[in-house]
Design a protein around this ligand. Structure first.
Ligand code: SF4
Ligand code: SF4
Length: 443
């Protein structure tokens, strides 16, 4: 057994708040699917406590922490106010350091390139998205499927290749303006800065574009600044706290130049990272205050759109269900606004699924790196979706959107539902052009 001397850096103080009551257990998807105490919130807290005291090695702690989705449903369920998110992030940071110290140099180098050079660089991300567009638009994709070459990919990549949305063309991408004026009002209702995200902007650019157009239609002036970068959520999930801080500083510095009412994002996972930026700088006199000012202005797009008068004139006659984003629900605490917006669409019959707060198993890149466990969570989730008989499944996060598409494929879903981001559904009802590159028309 190897032991690192980093165990004293584990967040012991937070773990002692836990009184072992177990109220969080039914809320935990991995406890539901894996049926082990070590894969429950209480079990993980105990393991962190034991490792902090040196009674457990970091190697022994690794797997239970890796299997956690980070959905933070346990935090919402806990009557004692245990801050599980802080325990998880603290443990991930220490484990990442431990892993890195034993990783081969080439592997470490490759990881550093992905996290430090790829995600923060919008040009590289767009170039990758352009390659995906070429693959989809040139006929290579259908050739790969017809010839069955696609089968050489591992299961996880093959699954995601199938459900990726149609990526917007490089030509179309270049047309995005940096300022959108309000469509009707002469004085904007709100002046907002739009947070584009990294993967959201590369792969789901159409949803970003529709988000900006909806905000403008609702009377907002929308600014898009090129200096912004990735929110750092993927880095935080991987325990790369220094990289996360670096990205947070870049975003804070970029957005504080603007005189806006709100900084608006449209991805539950990114939003959850953005609203906790101040946690990254606890005790840092200069950056904590700047991060707090950023956080105070940060809102999910639904929180702004409910305050606007959207011209939702086109009826959408369908039964709709809403797959809540864990990070939006449990971290941002945004729950009612999406529901209110869905209900405001004429013709929509919203049918809430049972166990609505259960994670779908997407969880950042959990569904890519822990594909099997993620699909077990998804398979436990889908019966609740299925029961609603909804023909449209609405999400508010790109990861949930792809995961729900996988879910629809995996179960005998009847009728075959289309999976959309809420912004797409609102845009459709508002008469905005939703066709090119939208996930709305791809089942
Ligand atoms: S974050 Fe989610 S998966 Fe992890 S322990 Fe809490 S409820 Fe379970
Ligand atoms: S985390 Fe909260 S709900 Fe879960 S066992 Fe500890 S005190 Fe109870």
């Amino acid at each position: 057994m190897s032991q690192s001397n980093n165990h004293h850096k584990l967040p012991y103080d937070e773990t002692v708040q836990c009184v072992q009551c177990g109220y969080c257990l039914p809320a935990c998807p991995t406890y539901m699917t894996m049926e082990k105490e070590t894969h429950s919130p209480r079990g993980r807290i105990n393991l962190v406590k034991l490792a902090a005291k040196g009674h457990l090695t970091l190697d022994e702690l690794q797997q239970p922490i890796d299997m956690c989705l980070g959905c933070r449903a346990c935090e919402t369920a806990c009557p004692s106010g245990v801050e599980y998110g802080k325990i998880l992030e603290g443990a991930r940071d220490v484990l990442e350091e431990h892993k890195a110290s034993r990783m081969s140099k080439p592997l470490r180098f490759a990881q550093n390139v992905i996290f430090q050079k790829f995600f923060p660089d919008s040009k590289k991300l767009r170039a990758a998205a352009d390659l995906i567009w070429l693959y989809q638009a040139s006929g290579l994709k259908s050739l790969a499927h017809k010839s069955k070459v696609i089968r050489i990919l591992p299961d996880n990549l093959r699954a995601f290749e199938e459900v990726l949305p149609k990526v917007i063309s490089p030509l179309e991408r270049r047309k995005r303006p940096e300022v959108l004026k309000p469509s009707s009002a002469t004085i904007p209702r709100f002046k907002v800065a739009f947070f584009t995200g990294c993967i959201m902007d590369a792969i789901f650019e159409k949803i970003n574009r529709l988000s900006m157009e909806l905000l403008a239609l609702g009377g907002c002036e929308v600014l898009v600044i090129p200096e912004q970068t990735c929110c750092g959520a993927l880095h935080a999930h991987a325990g790369r706290r220094d990289d996360t801080r670096m990205l947070a500083k870049r975003n804070i510095a970029a957005f504080e130049q603007l005189d806006v009412d709100f900084i608006v994002n449209n991805a539950g996972g990114c939003g959850a990272q953005l609203v906790e930026y101040h946690h990254l700088f606890a005790g840092d006199e200069q950056w904590e205050a700047r991060a707090k000012a950023f956080v105070d202005k940060t809102l999910d797009i639904t929180q702004v759109l409910v305050r606007c008068e959207l011209p939702l004139l086109k009826p959408i006659s369908a039964t709709v269900t809403y797959q809540r984003s864990c990070h939006m629900t449990n971290v941002q605490k945004v729950t009612m606004e999406p529901v209110e917006l869905i209900r405001s669409i004429p013709g929509v019959n919203l049918r809430e699924m049972a166990n609505p707060n259960m994670c779908c198993g997407s969880a950042g890149i959990y569904n890519v790196v822990n594909y099997k466990e993620s699909m077990e969570v998804l398979d436990a989730k889908m019966p609740f979706v299925n029961e609603t008989l909804a023909s449209i499944i609405v999400t508010t996060n790109p990861g949930c959107l792809l995961q729900m598409k996988l879910g629809v494929q995996r179960v005998e879903y009847s009728p075959k539902a289309r999976v959309v981001h809420l912004v797409e559904l609102l845009a459709e009802s508002a008469g905005l052009k939703t066709d090119q590159g939208s996930s709305i028309d791809s089942k």
